[in-house]
Design a protein around this ligand. Structure first.
Ligand code: ADP
Ligand code: MG
Length: 468
């Protein structure tokens, strides 16, 4: 049932091949490789392309995030609007020149060659560093984290086989560490050795090893585990020597099919001063993000949390807390604890009035946030300097960051357009207006932009939590 115009020229399969090559140019490499590369056109039915995908996650991801782009791409090729549906149809893995190459031996330092030897039987117990609370069972799945949860679980079930490396990113307090540790518990329960370490500890250990001339032990420790769980890799930004060492560790583990899982507060391409060779390696396997959860998921998380605390909290109270503490899950858990503490200490019933009193700190008076403070927080988040943000530089990156700052300044303070213009190096108010409108317009369609704005906002309000 091919549409006549297409039949006369190309088959749907050929059209899809062309579309894939266009998508390959339009998408980040990791996105293309993860979601698009292994798809096939199965048919063209009732005016829709039926695309076969490897699994349900790919189907969800393509349907939810890439469908508009795919439809546009196909429409450009066939010359009229088309529809597209995705069906699960596992395809055998084939050799494909697109696939990330195995790291070159030449890149390895000499001691890495011994790495492929069997693991010694008796290995020191490095301790697990795992928090028993952070398990898959305790992790509530919603649309904001479904993908990250699914890939984390499949990595835990088949370390080294499914997605390697796995790179999880998202704003603070959204469950990255929880997932990372859940992988660790799962892997250990199945008798394999996982090591959880924050990038900060990794760096400190490396520095100590260099100081005490024990880098061999440092290397042995990191290169003989089966699953390396490295938290907060954005911390490696600007740390050249640590990056160098991690690069070799990464290669050593990856070449021997050991699993690497990393988390970060942003995707690899947005980590400033990350060496290009690491950046590209981070994208070899799978990159998945966690988004801020919707109200429904937040309520579900609070319910579980209340049960685990052995507290009977009325649903309307949980709903109120979930509505008030919406920026991230860590804050929301803090809010619940705070409400419970208020109830206990003041001997008050758990009701709406108590929530209002206990959580008054979550409604900061807007004008407390100064434009300067926003500028500082933004500069540190973007890895840019204040003078870059307020200056005249017009690179696409800095221009976009500047516009995000304008937008956040307007949204989060009562400053006027001219005041924002003033704070941003004496810019005209029409420039500010234009920038704010652009960001507001793009927020719905640009997930990366929306994440940056959300994260910046949550960082602005972090001090509020400390003050409470
Ligand atoms: P991140 O590492 O992204 O900053 P964490 O993993 O430390 O965030 O999560 C912050 C808190 O929120 C933790 O107590 C964690 O258990 C909890 N949390 C996050 N996501 C979920 C979830 N989906 N279900 C249950 N608890 C969650
Ligand atoms: Mg964390």
């Amino acid at each position: 049932m091919y549409a006549p115009d297409m039949l006369s020229t190309r088959s749907p399969k050929e059209v899809w091949e062309t579309a894939r090559s266009h998508l390959r140019l339009q998408l980040p490499r990791s996105t293309y490789e993860t979601w698009v590369r292994d798809t096939t056109c199965l048919a063209h039915e009732d005016g829709a392309f039926v695309i076969g995908v490897a699994n349900a996650y790919a189907k969800d991801w393509l349907s939810l995030r890439l469908r508009p782009l795919i439809k546009r791409t196909l429409a450009d090729i066939v010359g009229h609007a088309v529809d597209v549906t995705f069906v699960v149809q596992p395809v055998p893995v084939q050799d494909d020149p697109d696939r990330a190459p195995a790291p070159l031996l030449a890149l390895q330092t000499p001691d890495e060659t011994s790495f492929t030897a069997p693991i010694p039987v008796a290995l020191p117990n490095y301790g697990t560093n795992l928090n028993p609370r952070y398990t898959f069972e305790n992790f509530i799945v919603g649309s904001s984290n479904r993908m990250a949860h699914a890939v984390a679980l499949s990595v835990a079930e088949r370390p080294g086989a499914a997605y390697n490396p796995l790179f999880l990113y998202g704003g603070s307090g959204l469950g990255k560490t929880h997932l990372l540790q859940a992988i660790g518990q799962f892997v250990q329960a199945s008798g394999k050795r996982a090591l959880y370490v924050t990038s900060e500890v990794f760096t400190n250990e490396l520095i100590a090893a260099i100081r005490t001339q024990s880098t061999e032990q440092f290397r042995a420790k990191y290169r003989t585990i089966e699953v390396l769980l490295l938290d907060d890799v954005h911390f490696l930004a600007g740390k050249e020597q640590t990056q160098e060492e991690f690069f070799h560790t990464f290669n050593a583990l990856h070449t021997s099919n050991r699993q690497i899982v990393m988390t970060s507060d942003r995707p690899p391409q947005s980590i400033p001063t990350l060496e290009e060779r690491l950046r590209s390696r981070f994208g070899w396997g799978m990159i998945a993000d966690v988004q801020p959860p919707n109200l429904e998921t937040r309520i579900a998380i609070l319910q579980t949390k209340a049960i685990s605390l052995g507290q009977a909290v009325p649903d309307d109270v949980l709903v109120l807390i979930a509505q008030r503490a919406h920026r991230n899950i860590r804050d929301m858990e803090g809010a619940l604890t705070k409400v419970l503490a208020h109830a206990e200490l003041l001997k008050r019933p758990l009701n709406a009035a108590l929530v209002e009193d206990a959580l008054a700190y979550l409604t900061p008076t807007q004008n407390k946030l100064s434009l300067e403070a926003i500028l500082e927080v933004a500069a540190s988040y973007f890895g840019a300097s204040i003078s870059e943000l307020t200056g005249r530089g017009r690179s696409a990156r800095i221009a976009l960051q500047r516009q995000i700052v304008m937008y956040v300044m307007r949204e989060e303070t009562s400053a006027s357009l001219p005041q924002v213009g003033q704070a941003l190096g004496g810019r005209d108010h029409t420039t500010i207006m234009h920038g704010c409108e652009k960001v507001a317009n793009d927020l719905d369609t640009d997930a990366e932009l929306s994440r940056a704005v959300t994260e910046l906002r949550s960082r602005l309000y972090e001090p509020v939590r400390v003050r409470s």
